[in-house]
Design a binder for this molecule. Structure first.
Ligand code: UT7
Length: 328
């Protein structure tokens, strides 16, 4: 059997809308308080795109930065995967809009829906396609305009989410790269977190509008419990598959949904606080964009250095979950 190529991230970039929505702003919109949001979630503020901003606008800005970082010309790019639950429109794919915006005319394009695990799912998919020899490079983007599907009258959900984009270029690498990966899902728990309206099951109608079916619905505490259990398992499993132990982890980059979920996972794995990256306070839960935005900031803040063992772990609607160990 021929040995698979080692594949790693060779470029990263992120992009955020300018507008900041603080907990104080939300206090004026729904019956909530900065104190409740901070203690229950760890979130202080989030970014919000101007109404009508398509996901591809944020995604293509992040993409341009990642391509520049990797010194890859847009026309040399071979594959674009966009992970999102807030695509520009049901079709064509947001990846096609990004392709046109960045001028990557030779890239194949598709979108991937795995909610908050979307970037990790995309990373593993692209890595395998390069390792198998189908492509020489790929761009994986996590992007969300969750403000467009947030029910701003529902205090259970509207305090949690934000908008943003992150992108990563993947290529064969001589050393390091992605060492192990793991993806999972449980469709029997789809009813814990979903957006019912606008698909083939409930096509858009006056009724779906009246019933507010075009917004995120979530059973918060059920999702919370599953998130802790499944992210702990996903992180532990992938580290073990890499023939490492949790002591070898330089930095854990978890999906940024809730600081209490992250702290519970950290304690179960047995990691000190300084080995876990956090930016949930600044951006809230940006679903598919969360882990890649966190990786971008970790690199920018020099929390990730060459040779470090970095673990990404995510969890989201589906339910879905996934994890990756890479040597930076
Ligand atoms: O990205 C993956 C998907 N999402 C997640 O990972 C989210 C997972 N879940 C969570 O983060 C948490 O469950 C929440 C932050 C959503 C909620 O925290 P919780 O500790 O699980 O609270 P709860 O749902 O048990 O609600 C406690 C109380 C309720 O009041 P009662 O029924 O006890 O009187 C809620 O009505 O808090 C109330 N509440 C609020 N109060 C003030 C819910 N939202 C708010 C709010 N402000 N924004």
């Amino acid at each position: 059997m021929t040995k698979k190529k080692a594949v790693g991230i060779t470029g990263i970039g992120m992009y955020l809308p300018k507008k900041v929505l603080t907990n104080a702003d939300l206090e004026r919109m729904v019956d909530t308080s900065d104190e409740w949001i901070t203690t229950r979630t760890g979130i202080k503020k989030r970014r919000i795109a101007q109404p009508g901003t398509p996901a591809s606008a944020l995604a293509s800005e992040a993409a341009k930065k990642a391509l520049a970082y990797a010194k890859l010309k847009p026309e040399d790019l071979e594959l674009i995967i966009v992970a999102t639950i807030t695509p520009d429109m049901p079709f064509p794919s947001t990846a096609c809009f990004v392709q046109a915006k960045v001028g990557a005319k030779n890239a194949a394009c598709f979108d991937l829906g795995a909610a908050c695990s979307g970037f990790v799912y995309g990373l593993v998919t692209a890595k395998e396609m390069i390792a198998g020899g189908m492509y020489k490079n790929a761009l994986v983007i996590g992007v969300e305009v969750l403000s467009s599907v947030t029910d701003w009258t529902d205090r259970n959900t509207c305090v949690l989410f934000g908008d943003g984009a992150g992108a990563a270029v993947l290529q064969p690498v001589k050393s390091g790269g992605i060492i192990s990966s793991y993806l999972g899902a449980d469709g029997n728990l789809a009813n814990l977190l979903y957006l019912p309206g606008g698909g083939s099951r409930h096509p858009a109608s006056k009724d779906t509008l009246k019933q507010r079916l075009h917004y995120i619905k979530m059973s918060g505490s059920e999702v919370f419990k599953s998130a802790v259990r499944l992210m702990t398992d996903a992180a532990t499993r992938v580290v073990c598959d890499a023939n490492l132990t949790c002591k070898d982890i330089s930095l854990l980059i978890p999906h940024q949904a809730n600081i209490r979920i992250i702290n519970s996972v950290r304690q179960r794995i047995g990691l000190p606080e300084e080995k876990v990256f956090l930016n949930v306070a600044k951006y809230g839960n940006v679903s598919s964009a969360s882990t890649i935005m966190a990786l971008c900031e970790a690199v920018e803040q020099r929390r990730v250095k060459k040779g470090d063992v970095v673990v990404l772990v995510a969890f989201g609607a589906g339910l879905t979950w996934g994890s990756v160990v890479m040597r930076w």
